[in-house]
Design a protein. Structure first.
Length: 247
């Protein structure tokens, strides 16, 4: 119980930090490109992940309804675009991943993950919102990190993932999705992967607390805004009644 309380307090501090410093980069991060030739030298250090293996849509006909214009994934994509002001280049089916993005703006979603949770819209929205946080991140995956030690790089990766979690909580509130599905998924994933520790993420309890705190704050702001502006200036054309003039 005490451990959980500490995690919640730490998460609240992290949310404050991330929201107040959003868009800033650590002073020790070099923005210069790491595109110099590396023949005969060690590969440059990066924050990026191994690119997922792209799958052909034709090989997964059962997932095509999700990718259709009015499918669930495109529906979530339009919501994220509306509230974030940024769109992804394309949603791509892939293997060896749950979700990821590249520096070209593509959003990759794992075929096994989609097949298992294709009816869980809130969970899909949570994963996409997290990846959207990376998509709009100020942190360039092409930055030169060779001057950093690995401890600093892992710290930077955790901060990047934490920012994406906070962004996820905020977007889920804006899109009117509950965060319980994504939080349950993170806890379950940590239990299933106990044998393989990672320095990329904070513990699931902290990640969950950050998502919940961010969601709570923005849902509260949204509720307050609705109270202040309880009537829209322009009526919703889908629900408004049309009154035709008499002949």
């Amino acid at each position: 119980m005490l451990r959980n309380g500490i995690d919640v307090l730490y998460a609240a501090i992290m949310v404050n930090k991330i929201e107040s410093q959003l868009g800033r980069m650590p002073t020790w991060l070099n923005r210069s490109s790491g595109s110099t030739k590396t023949e005969g030298k060690a590969a440059p250090k990066t924050l990026g992940e191994t690119p997922p293996v792209i799958e052909r849509e034709a090989d997964h006909p059962d997932l095509l309804p999700l990718l259709a214009h009015y499918g669930m994934l495109q529906k979530i994509r339009r919501k994220l675009k509306r509230f974030s002001g940024k769109d992804c280049k394309k949603i791509v089916l892939a293997r060896n991943t749950i979700g990821s993005v590249d520096d070209k703006g593509n959003l990759y979603l794992g075929v096994d993950f989609l097949r298992s949770y294709q009816n869980n819209e809130a969970l899909l929205a949570g994963v996409m919102a997290h990846e959207w946080g990376h998509l709009i991140s100020h942190l360039s995956h092409q930055s030169n990190l060779d001057h950093l030690n690995w401890e600093q790089i892992f710290e930077l990766r955790r901060e990047e993932e934490a920012s994406a979690d906070v962004f996820c909580g905020r977007m889920m509130a804006m899109m009117d999705y509950p965060v319980e599905p994504i939080c349950h998924f993170l806890r379950k994933a940590e239990k299933n992967e106990k044998a393989s520790t990672t320095l990329k993420y904070y513990a699931a309890s902290i990640r969950v607390a950050m998502i919940e705190e961010s969601h709570r704050r923005h849902f509260a702001r949204k509720a307050t805004t609705k109270k202040i502006f309880n009537k829209r200036v322009y009526p919703n054309p889908y629900t408004s009644k049309l009154i035709a003039p008499e002949d």
